[in-house]
Design a protein around this ligand. Sequence first.
Ligand SMILES: [Ca+2]
Length: 226
Amino acid sequence: MNRCTLLTVATVLVAAALATAAIARAAAPKIPPGVPVFEARDGVIVIEVESCKPQGDWKPEKDLKGFTGKGYYTWRGGDSFRTPGKGKLMYVVRVPEDGTYQMAIHNRHDFQDSTLENDCWTRMDEGKWLKTFSSKRGEWTWHTRHEHSHSKKIPASYELTAGVHLFQMSGRSKGFSIDRVHLYRDGVKDALNPKRPETRTGAAAGAAKPAPPAANSKRRLPFPVR
Ligand SMILES: [Ca+2]
């Protein structure tokens, strides 16, 4: 092996090491101190929607009594049936173990036809944005379904690995109101009791260890979250 070949081999090895480090950094993003992390307590993660600053045309409101926390957000922009990601609200959650988590949004829509003005978009990590809708009108309800297709409209849930994940909501239908979100394991008693306290914590946020991302994931954690 001559010097030139040795140099080439060394260059390739250094490049490979740097590439590995880049992958490792991408796979383990740090959450800056102070970013709230919503933890599971007794199998339930409780998020007040208003814990994230309003984005886009989500407007903070308080007129419809029966909300929890400091208020709720209503989408006062136009319908966005084909374009998710408008007015992204982002929340960091942490689960202690792998498993299925049901997701329910405390929501309300008052339009006379319960199949209209009744939805938003939701997304977990770098997954697909899904239309997320409620079929009960005129009252605050936990009714929450994911529309995977016209023939697959099922109660909203996610398969989560132990660790930190990013949950997002964005505007889809004008007039749809969102108040709080519960992520919970099957079998938890009284999981949708709106009197459950919010489960946010900022103290350990800087040390939060993200869950391993899926292969080729470019998952990034948010930071317009307060
Ligand atoms: Ca609220």
